[in-house]
Design a protein around this ligand. Sequence first.
Ligand code: AMP
Ligand code: MG
Length: 348
Amino acid sequence: MFMSRRRFLTAAAAGSALVVLGTQQATSPPRRARWFLFGTLVDVELIEPAGHDATPVLALLAERLQRLHVDWHAWKPGRLGDLNRALVGGLSYVAEPSLLALVRDAQSLSQRCGGLFNPAIGGLIGLWGFHRDEMLAGSIPSRDAIERLLEADVTPDALTFNGDTVRSQNPAVQLDLGAYAKGYALDLAQTLLHDHGFADAVVNAGGDLVASGRGPGRPWHIGIRHPSGRGTLALIETAGREAVVTSGNYERYRVLDGRRYAHILDPRTGWPAEAVASATVVCADAALADAASTAISVAGEQWPDVAVAFGIDQAMVVTADGRVQFTRAMYERVDPVNLRARAVSVIA
Ligand code: AMP
Ligand code: MG
């Protein structure tokens, strides 16, 4: 099924959880573009059908993604910032259609997993110092401040929608769509490329990726990196349109009082979730995969229940102590590059 593993591994680039691996023997080389957006490198690889130049659609895509990056930013000025200010003041906010859709969908996904994915905990994420570009060393927030935010009981259920307006019954709700917006943007990106006649493409934003169609002369091959950065754990050959999304506690973290604390928070405790090092989800929809991989990271040993709640049958988890756990459907499709010596189990 796969070409020489050695070849793929040498082609694997460092720097993101998921990588599109070597494309040799191409009929014609894929067209590539790269931008820095959503706090990460966004790489596009696509096949240009004969006589079909991707330059205009790539320019359009760059412009759209840049717009979404600004609109949905959790702490820089933009539409989400405007919405958050209105929510604190108990005011109604007229949301532009794509932001409205994003917030509505985030609310229902949060409900599906009992709030482990909770896009309303922006206050808590800011308190832990993750609303910055640089991850500065510092001190753990005060337990009182964490408790106060927990007692405010923030969930997106407090949001009410009326036509295109949103308001919150709870002034402590502050939206942070960082666990979800990138996946949503990737779905929009793939749809845009498809609608412009580019059916064979991969859009890869750090740990989040959507592939469609085939690579040059063969399917796209995706490598899932080990959360410690030690090489590729497994390979996936995608078929049709598929999202492969990874949440990892190695992606953003701060050293606080001499210890590492990662950016995925457990809304039940107000503290960083620590049981899962990385969670990878494969399904057709990148937004769903993004919310689900974050919720799975929070769930710890109970993660199979979360996968079921989201209707996800393909997931892989690396626990903080190095065990690798699969759903059966995921185990059956991956090529286990670097799993033999590890504690591997199929648990769901
Ligand atoms: P991801 O890499 O998709 O798991 O997203 C992580 C980002 O989502 C963090 O950097 C925070 O901005 C935000 N976040 C952290 N914890 C949660 C949570 N439990 N629910 C929703 N968003 C979260
Ligand atoms: Mg996510």
